[in-house]
Ligand binder design. Structure first.
Ligand code: ADP
Length: 184
């Protein structure tokens, strides 16, 4: 049973690694960014409310995210394990997740922190070319990460749940390193 949180700045490669590991372990890859982009493209109420924040590189308000995550973690497939990618992103979200997991009688094994230098991140994101991947929005997403999400590194380190890995290495090497972490 594998239950992981992937933490790290935008462009750190969390999504790529989460998908590879989730496929290998046959567990769901739960990306709040993917769920939100799906809601935007389907023009649901959530999508309509989230879109302007995403376009600006701001975080979508916690209240919307918490409801969305509660729904997602209420599905049966999470009984086989999970990888949370892009959530939690604020201390409020992390505290909510603690309570939710307690209610579910589950706990997270490790929080994997992807470490990547800023300039590498900017270059990667510019190369990706998603709608919110313009240089101004990217720089803003990095600021938001530093202010609102980076405090979670200490939050999880204090609970001895944090494992930091060097995200600035080839995709396959990183996958191998991650597999070693979860088997240890
Ligand atoms: P990246 O990691 O490149 O920023 P994501 O796909 O994880 O990309 O997120 C894209 C956008 O979706 C974020 O900039 C933010 O607006 C929104 N978002 C995703 N997850 C969350 C979250 N947990 N809390 C608030 N906003 C979120």
């Amino acid at each position: 049973m594998t239950r992981l949180i992937f933490l790290g700045p935008p462009g750190a490669g969390k999504g790529t690694q989460a998908q590879a590991l989730a496929d290998a372990e046959k567990i769901p890859h739960i990306s709040t960014g993917d769920i939100l982009r799906g809601a935007v493209s389907q023009q649901t109420e959530l999508g309509r409310q989230a879109q302007s924040y995403m376009d600006k590189g701001e975080l979508v308000p916690d209240q919307l995210i918490l409801e969305m995550v509660r729904d997602r973690l209420g599905k049966n497939d999470v009984n086989s394990g999970w990888i949370l990618d892009g959530f939690p992103r604020t201390v409020v979200q992390a505290t909510f997740l603690d309570k939710l997991l307690q209610e579910m009688h589950q706990s997270c094994d490790w929080v994997i922190n992807f470490d990547v230098p800023d300039e590498v991140l900017v270059q990667r994101l510019l190369g990706r070319g998603r709608k919110d991947d313009t240089e101004t929005v990217i720089r803003h997403r990095l600021d938001v990460y530093r202010q609102q999400t980076a405090p979670l590194i200490d939050f999880y380190r204090q609970r001895n749940q944090l494992v930091s890995i060097d995200g600035d290495q080839p995709v396959d090497q990183l996958t191998t390193e991650l597999q070693q972490v979860i088997q240890s």
